[in-house]
Write a protein that binds this ligand. Structure first.
Ligand code: TYC
Length: 107
């Protein structure tokens, strides 16, 4: 037996167990728009195109879903990106004197 095996034991006796992966996928967050009675539909469509990269048909569909169901998902992002979108949309809406509310929810 080689000298190094005397010191460290016979490697053939080792049971090798695969380690559990330690990384979890980062949690994702839904950015939602809430319905209200005052924000113009066209402004909501513009928000969905400008901040959430939707084309006009998709933006219109989402806006109408929010209008009829009270709430709808504009997009799903990592926490930092979702927080930024919420802030940008709410401050842009206030700058334009609209009460539109944007919020985030853990998926
Ligand atoms: N309910 C609004 C209207 O009738 C339109 C609207 C849609 C407002 C979606 C907000 O998130 C919203 N003008």
């Amino acid at each position: 037996m080689a000298d190094s095996d005397h010191q460290h034991g016979d490697l053939r006796d080792l049971a090798v167990e695969e380690e559990r992966p330690r990384l979890k996928r980062p949690p994702m967050y839904k950015v939602v728009l809430l319905n209200d009675d005052y924000t113009p539909m066209e402004f909501v469509v513009h928000i969905l195109e400008y901040f959430f990269d939707k084309d006009r048909p998709a933006a219109t569909r989402i806006m109408l879903a929010v209008h009829t169901e009270g709430k709808g998902v504009a997009g799903v992002y990592s926490r930092d990106v979702a927080e930024t979108k919420v802030q940008q949309v709410n401050s842009y809406s206030r700058q334009n004197q609209h009460p539109l509310m944007c919020a985030m929810e853990a998926e």
